[in-house]
Design a protein around this ligand. Sequence first.
Ligand code: TMP
Ligand code: MG
Length: 316
Amino acid sequence: MVYHIPWIYTPVRTVLAIWHQLTKTEMPELAKCSVLMRERSRVEETIHAMQRAGAGSLQVISDFDMTLTRFAHNGKRVPTTHNILDNRLLINEDCTRKMRELLNTYYPIEIDASRSAEEKLPLMVEWWTKVHELLIEQKIRRDMLAHAVKESSAMLRDGYKVFFECLAEHQVPLLIFSAGVGDVLEEVIRQNHVFHPNIHIISNYMDFDQTGVLQAFKGQLIHTFNKREGALSHAAGLRELQGRPNVVLMGDSLGDLTMADGVSEPQNVLTIGFLNDQVEERKESYINSFDVVLVKDETLDVPNAILRYITSSRDE
Ligand code: TMP
Ligand code: MG
């Protein structure tokens, strides 16, 4: 550890030791064995710098599916926003079958550690485009979405109430940046009673005709590997995020790391990656890419501990 290096001047060593001890006692969640860090000292320094700057300098940018929502529950996969639409109120059996086939084909590609993001990109466009075309054919009705969410097994991660409430209380903007379906995502957070005014969402939104039937998807398609473009074109323009140079970014895909690319003059950026699936194959690349990696952790305990600490003393 840094404070064991003999040439460091004693008072500096003492301060660093106290600092390290403080982190341990303030955030014991970071000591769990499911928490991996390439450079623990850098993580601690970043968190301390964010705490000194206060909640007024902070923004949180998070992915939705499999980041704010659980990956699995009781051994069963929790549905993503696209999969919540797999309900007879909305789509027929044939569409379900085709969407499952597409999921089985393209999801393994999305998480394949041996392929580059460049290689995956056109295949992700193919997947999303095919699924959206299928959904449009189904003439989905807007007024059925809330029922589908209610009947689904959608689940936010344990600790979600603390997470959403902490950010709302300290007026820290939360940008949810999702390649899922925006209308469904909104309904999930609404039904969990955490849709607070500090939330901003960038996602694929459905476009309904005057009779409330799905006719298209709005704007430019967002998939897992083009979030950078969305960040530059949408997030950069959000007034509420201006003047907040400290960013906690949360995601479950390496593509999520570009979600903060629209932040102008960032000062401290802390990236937290949920490693849900294909753990051994992807562990190395996640440790090399995210500052904090959470292995098969279905809770928001670690982000909550970090946010609790950052927002603890100085509120603006
Ligand atoms: P996210 O950006 O909120 O994580 O949403 C994207 C996830 O949605 C991505 O991991 C793949 C998943 N997905 C499905 O589960 N089913 C689908 O049909 C599509 C197109 C994506
Ligand atoms: Mg995700």
